[in-house]
Ligand binder design. Structure first.
Ligand code: ZN
Ligand code: ZN
Length: 195
């Protein structure tokens, strides 16, 4: 394994690992001081002296011959390309949400926006149309966020109107397998119901 980015981390109280939402007792690397890209750890990039890169905490999905695979862990910019779609998540979501489950991200970049996001897939197709309702939902649930600023639960009345992006042309069926990579990232596989 690689060294942590720095010592004296407040998020993990210097342990290098944190607990995540699925209450599996397995530790998960700290997003602040230990967020190395899972795929870099397995297969370092050529030309980077074999050194792993720091990644963002993402839920990423891809279709494989075996079904729909959901990755929950850290990916660098290069390795996000290994997946078809991905979204930013928080540790509290890991293990709880299925691909396509809605949540809300509020961002304050130039102005505030509330995006309705579908787990693993990206923004809802009609995220703009849902924005006013998403802001209202967030205002009503100040304490129900997913542990990090800007990440909020999406209430059922908004989630039920969130439209999948056009390229999601399947429904998935049973969960087939859930496992952890050596990097502690979680991989879950669902069967595809309609093909
Ligand atoms: Zn830490
Ligand atoms: Zn990587």
């Amino acid at each position: 394994m690689v060294k942590r980015l720095f010592d004296d981390c407040r998020l993990c109280e210097d342990r290098g690992v944190i607990c995540v939402g699925d209450a599996d007792d397995a530790d998960f690397p700290c997003p602040h001081c230990n967020g190395w890209c899972s795929l870099c750890l397995e297969q370092p990039l050529a030309g980077q002296s074999g050194r792993p890169l720091v990644g963002s905490l993402l839920a990423a999905a891809r279709r494989t011959a075996a079904g729909l695979e959901l990755f929950e862990g850290y990916l660098c910019d290069f390795h996000t390309a290994a997946f078809n779609w991905y979204v930013m998540i928080t540790p509290a979501m890991i293990g709880y949400l299925k691909p396509g489950d809605a949540y809300i991200i509020v961002q304050h970049i130039f102005e505030a926006h509330a995006f309705t996001v579908l787990y693993g897939y990206g923004q809802a197709k009609n995220s703009r149309d849902l924005e006013a309702d998403a802001f209202r939902a967030v205002a009503a649930q100040r304490h129900a966020r997913y542990g990090w600023d800007g990440f909020h639960v999406c209430p059922p009345d908004v989630a039920s109107r969130a439209m999948l992006p056009d390229w999601v042309i399947w429904q998935f069926g049973d969960m087939r397998e859930r496992r952890s990579l050596p990097s502690r990232a979680r991989l879950t596989m669902w069967s595809i119901a309609n093909d």
